[in-house]
Design a protein around this ligand. Sequence first.
Ligand code: PNS
Length: 165
Amino acid sequence: MERMAVYPGSFDPITNGHLDIIKRGLRFFDRLTVLVAYNPNKSGLFSVEERMELIRQVVGDDPRIRVDSFSGLLVNYVRDNGAQVILRGLRALSDFEYEFQMALINRRLNRDIETVFLMTGYKWFYTSSNLIKEAASHGGSVRGLVPEIVLQKLQAKYSTINGKG
Ligand code: PNS
C-alpha cells in the first residue's frame, strides 16, 4: 500500500521551513499532497491560486507531490483523497499547544487518520509566514528564509501595497 500524507497549511506564502518539511516528509511517504487549506471568509496576502502556483514553482516537477486547495474539514479531505496521515512541522515550543489541540480534535473527528510531526530544521526555528510578511512589509530582508521566487513576489506585492509599484 502506498503511504500517502497530506501536508496542510495556509502557505501564505510557502517558506524554506515548509520546503524542508516537504523534502523530509518525502523520505517517509510515497506521495505527499501539499494542501492550501483556506477559509473563504479570510483573505490572505496571496490569493489561494497564487499560493498554489508558488508552491508548484518551488517544489518543481516531482511526481510524488500534488498541490491542491480546500476549504472545509481537513480530515474529510484526507479521507476522501485516500491518505492516512496529516503531516505538520513543529517549530518552537509555542507551536505545541495549538498543534496538540488540532491533532486531538482531528483524531476525535476521524480515528483512522494520524497526525505526524516533524521538528523543523534549526535554521527555520523562529520563522513563520506571518513574521516573514511583517519583515518584508517594512522593507526588511527575508532573503534566505523563503525561496528566491517567493522573495520576488513578496517584494512586488509590498511595493504595490506601499504605493511604490
Ligand atoms: O499554516 P497554518 O495556518 O498553521 O494551517 C492551519 C490549518 C489550515 C492546517 C488548520 O487551520 C486547518 O486544518 N484548517 C481546516 C479546518 C479544520 O479541519 N480544522 C481542524 C479541525 S476543527
